[in-house]
Design a protein around this ligand. Structure first.
Ligand code: COS
Length: 387
């Protein structure tokens, strides 16, 4: 059983503790035997199951408010049990985050009840073949034509690409060069001119695709937020969901620590459990420290947002950078402590080793998080100088 003492930290309210206990109970049963043979089918089933059980209600909100602590607890818990379940939950939130935060009442009413029920699957379409980290350089266009916009270009590495029913998509509307010339749109699947150009395979399988748009028309009512504000819409959504990526990494790390504790306390070497060896204890100590430090940063960021901070750019970047990098190290140590079994296909730590890697890249690579933290720190210093 993983350490639950963090739930007593002052970041949480009783409703969070109750939620964590309820999800833990559900996950223990529902996620014990997920069939991963067909990734798309597994993902669809997980979205439906999470919707039926009521947990997707926390991923989107008609009132425009998301409880980030609940999202983080959900991702940490689900990631500890099953990486694809965490993915299925997270994408419903990331894919509709811009609708929750910036959508009109009509846009919310059209999509959110369906994604919260698990009846529609959501995707976040930002990355392009030549702009991943450099969002301001996005080249996909949305050109106004009467009452419509016409979409042309490609999006790639789109999670849920190929199975999503609705996408929040970012394209250049040209109000200004760079970051000030992008806009966000709600784009349903199946429109003429919208095709899935390629499905992408990765070391930890998830539904992923390149999407191609050729003269694809959407009504002007598909615009999310104001024209030219797409960059800020994307960043505001990422500010919320980056903390949740950090929470997923924390869940993977906690599971790895748990696996390492089980292994080292039951496996004997020279007549004593591995856990009696100081070299092994050194690993376990560093793993436990990394897990707690990550948890403090994750729930600090989530609490700050829930407490009303208008922007948590710095806190979210710190949580994502530290938690994903630390989880990679924790999992690597767990693999090491499992000896040959650590790299055997099908072992839990082997799966975690593959699953953690992408989290250091997507939703802002570690290098981007460093840029963000440095800029925020320097800006705060400059502001202090002026005060
Ligand atoms: N919230 C609100 N507004 C923000 C913001 C945030 N988190 N971050 C930046 N902005 C605003 C800035 O204040 C600036 O506004 P003004 O033009 O009014 O001054 C504008 O947006 C442009 O910001 P900036 O100059 O910092 O943009 P850059 O092009 O330098 O980009 C990085 C900054 C690299 C940090 C950004 O592109 C980024 O986060 N990239 C990673 C993207 C990512 O996560 N991709 C993965 C896709 S999802 S898998």
């Amino acid at each position: 059983m993983p350490d639950r003492s963090f739930l007593r930290w002052p970041f949480f309210e009783d409703r969070h503790r109750a939620f964590a206990a309820e999800l833990e109970r559900w996950a223990g049963d529902a996620l014990a035997h997920v069939d991963h043979a067909d990734t798309d089918a597994a993902c669809r089933a997980l979205v439906r199951d999470l919707g039926d059980a009521g947990f997707l209600q926390y991923t989107a909100s008609g009132s425009g408010a998301l409880d980030v602590r609940t999202l983080c607890l959900a991702r940490e818990t689900l990631a500890r049990h099953d990486g694809l379940a965490d993915f299925a939950f997270a994408m419903q939130g990331l894919g509709t985050g811009a609708i929750t935060l910036f959508g009109t009442d009509a846009q919310k009413a059209e999509w959110l009840p369906r994604t919260r029920a698990g009846e529609s699957i959501a995707a976040f379409a930002l990355t392009e073949p030549r702009s991943g980290s450099d969002v301001a350089n996005s080249t996909m266009t949305a050109t106004r034509d009467g009452d419509d916009y016409i979409l042309n270009g490609e999006k790639t590495w789109i999670s849920n690409g190929g199975i999503a029913d609705v996408h929040t998509l970012f394209a250049r509307t040209g109000e200004a060069p760079g970051a000030r010339g992008l806009s966000a749109f709600v784009v349903p699947a199946g429109l003429p001119g919208f095709e899935v150009a390629e499905r992408l395979e990765t070391i930890a399988p998830h539904p992923l695709a390149t999407l191609r748009f050729g003269n694809c028309r959407v009504p002007a009512s598909a615009l999310l937020g104001r024209p030219g504000e797409g960059f800020k819409v994307a960043m505001a959504v990422l500010d919320v969901f980056r903390s949740t990526v950090a929470a997923a990494a924390l869940g993977f790390a906690r599971r790895a620590l748990d696996e390492a504790l089980s292994r080292t306390t039951t496996r004997e070497v020279q007549g004593q459990p591995l856990s009696e060896l100081q070299m092994v204890q050194g690993h376990l100590a560093d793993m436990a420290l990394d897990v707690d430090a990550a948890a403090l940063l994750v729930y600090r960021a989530a609490w700050a947002k829930d407490a009303g901070a208008p922007r948590i750019t710095r806190e979210a970047a710190m949580a994502k950078l530290f938690s994903t990098e630390a989880a990679q190290t924790v999992i690597d140590r767990a693999v090491q402590l499992h000896g040959g079994d650590g790299v055997r296909a099908g072992e839990t730590v082997e799966r975690l080793y593959r699953e953690i890697r992408a989290l250091r890249i997507y939703e802002g690579a570690s290098d981007v998080q460093r840029v963000v933290i440095a800029r925020q720190t320097l800006a705060a210093h400059a502001a202090e100088g002026r005060a």
